[in-house]
Design a protein around this ligand. Sequence first.
Ligand SMILES: Nc1ncnc2c1ncn2[C@@H]1O[C@H](COP(=O)(O)OP(=O)(O)O)[C@@H](O)[C@H]1O
Ligand SMILES: [Mg+2]
Length: 253
Amino acid sequence: MKAPVKVLTEKLKIEPYASVLCYPKASKTEIESRLEELREHGVTAVEFAGEASVFNVPVLGKGFVGIVVIAYLGEERAALKIRRLDADRLGLEHEAQMLAKANSMQIGPRLIGVSRNFLLMQLIQGCLLPSWLDSHKDKGQVHHVLGEVLEQCWRLDSINLDHGELSKAPKHIIISKKQEPFLVDFETASVNRKPANVTSMCQFLFTSHGVVAKSVAKVFGEINRAEIVDMLRRYKSERKRENFEDVLQACLG
Ligand SMILES: Nc1ncnc2c1ncn2[C@@H]1O[C@H](COP(=O)(O)OP(=O)(O)O)[C@@H](O)[C@H]1O
Ligand SMILES: [Mg+2]
């Protein structure tokens, strides 16, 4: 990991920081207006740290819509999602609305603030599920964390909020240092689709043949794929607690 650097807001107009804030390329007007937007949120400094990197600057994460870094609101630290200039979204307001709805069910990082180009939320320090699974092999602990992930998916299903990117869950589940799972990135979430959080997550964790499903299977032993698929089918046709518990049972025993 590259060494973290803390940069005061007024110094963010210097390269390469300006281009991280205005990814992929900063112009004078864009960086000036973004810095004003940041000041309105009360962001006093940004810390560049993390496993991902942009222009050789360390960041918490990078996706197709945003780049996530650490922001300082005075003493308080938060996660700051920066809208990429080349994102196919005009603003982050929709994501904030979806995250607020998830927060109402105690899901996701707590929303702090939003504007067109910035979303501030609770900073989740920890690691993404795939690398967490690489270093956590204790059956009881993995059982607890995955059970909690599925419970969160059940709560999202129950308020008809479809996350939409749980099949790409490797980058969308962070396990905090307190061993609590957080679902992130509500950018493609919607209340206008049939929710498929539990089913997508179970496929991702258990029935797919992906890397994560393989690590999970190593911890739990061979899974009964046919039974899980059958329970998910029943859950899909009638979304009720009893059917969800059968899914849990089939997946986690
Ligand atoms: N609140 C947060 N705390 C810590 N890291 C985060 C937080 N939110 C997102 N990240 C990291 O940043 C990455 C990119 O964020 P994401 O919201 O998925 O952006 P995109 O919409 O562009 O895919 C995530 O995969 C995750 O690693
Ligand atoms: Mg993402």
